[in-house]
Design a protein around this ligand. Structure first.
Ligand code: ZN
Length: 350
């Protein structure tokens, strides 16, 4: 077996290690000097990595040898991943997030394939002059039989429709969610563990809009606006929410509506303005009032966090019904058993 260079590089990124860190740890493992230049050449495929050196990479990077020898997902190309990029999130942080997303998607894909096929209720429909983002949100609601009321559990809606959601620490507060939908696979979403539930729901809805409407992610202002418009209509359909926003929106009403609709008071206020229920002047006054009270940093009421269950249920089924061992499942996912257990069996991280 021989290592695949790009897989070595991605594996290192998932561990947030520099090439020099890997070289140092490999030197310790092998008891002979390994240079940063060697790690660099190995990652770019300029030297063949096999035998003891491959074992050392496996130990240092914490992935079984076969994982490091696979070709990387073609769809893991950076350009196919949707995320809301903030200026403060630099290229190194993004590389870590992309590498993790690719590895996580691969792990989940292998485990789900072992279990069988799943129905997909989601569809691609590019936003256009005929179909606005709000129209597409409406079409999806109708297809999934969701009516026009509040969505009590958005994560369950996405998972029931065939999407896969993981809650993970994205290692930053600058990014609330990332998504990708490779051809022939499931739409995959990773939401940031540290985001408050209302923000997480809006971000998941925003990402859902991206994967449905934008086959080629560009992180352009137009795509971002369309994803936000989709998210607003999907979480707060005009037909269902308009009446509740009428009649003098104040903070007490916003707090109640937040609990019902599972969206932030700020999002409700924007929605009321966009639907023409609040004038620009009323909108500005409410925003100033909330800002003075410090609501931009923290709003007064909190909604229940959501936890995905698809992957956890499949893993549990494979173990308890199909009789697979943790070791077998870990090998399937391309992980060592201890990490598989920590990532996919500890309920807190699901
Ligand atoms: Zn976006």
């Amino acid at each position: 077996m021989e290592a695949n260079g790009p897989m070595l590089a991605q594996a290192r990124e998932t561990r947030k290690l520099q090439q020099a860190d890997v070289a140092r740890a490999m030197s310790d493992t092998l008891g002979e000097p390994v240079s940063q230049g060697y790690v660099s050449r190995a990652e770019s495929g300029k030297v063949a990595v096999a035998g003891a050196r491959l074992e050392a990479f496996s130990q240092v990077l914490g992935y079984p040898v076969p994982t490091l020898c696979e070709p990387p997902d073609p769809e893991s190309a950076v350009g196919l991943i949707h995320h809301r990029k903030k200026a403060s999130l630099g290229a190194p942080a993004l590389r870590v997030i992309h590498a993790n997303l690719s590895y996580q998607r691969r792990q989940v894909d292998r485990v789900l394939r072992t279990s069988g096929t799943r129905e997909l209720g989601l569809f691609r429909l590019p936003a256009s002059a005929e179909d606005s983002p709000a129209d597409i949100a409406g079409i999806l609601r109708e297809k999934l039989g969701l009516g026009d009321g509040p969505l009590a559990d958005l994560t369950a809606v996405v998972e029931d429709a065939g999407g896969v959601v993981l809650r993970r620490d994205l290692g930053t507060r600058e990014l609330d969610a990332v998504s990708l939908w490779p051809e022939g696979a499931f739409p995959f979403f990773v939401v940031n563990d540290s985001a408050p539930a209302d923000r997480m729901r809006f971000s998941l809805s925003h990402e859902l809009g991206h994967v449905l409407m934008h086959e080629k992610p560009g992180a352009t202002p137009v795509q971002e606006k369309e994803a936000d418009q989709f998210a607003s209509e999907f979480l707060m359909p005009a037909a269902g929410i308009r009446n509740s926003l009428r009649g003098g929106l104040d903070l007490a009403t916003l707090e109640k509506l937040k609990l019902v609709w599972g969206v932030s008071m700020a999002a409700l206020t924007r929605r009321a303005r966009d639907l023409g229920v609040l004038s620009d002047w009323q909108y500005r006054n409410l925003v100033i009032e909330m800002s003075t009270l410090g609501y931009k940093l923290q709003e007064p009421v909190h909604i229940r966090p959501e936890f995905p269950s698809t992957v956890a249920n499949v893993v549990s089924d494979l173990i308890h019904v199909r009789g697979m061992t943790v070791e077998q499942l870990a090998a399937t996912a391309g992980l060592f058993p201890a990490e598989f257990e920590q990532l996919y069996l500890a309920t807190s991280s699901q």
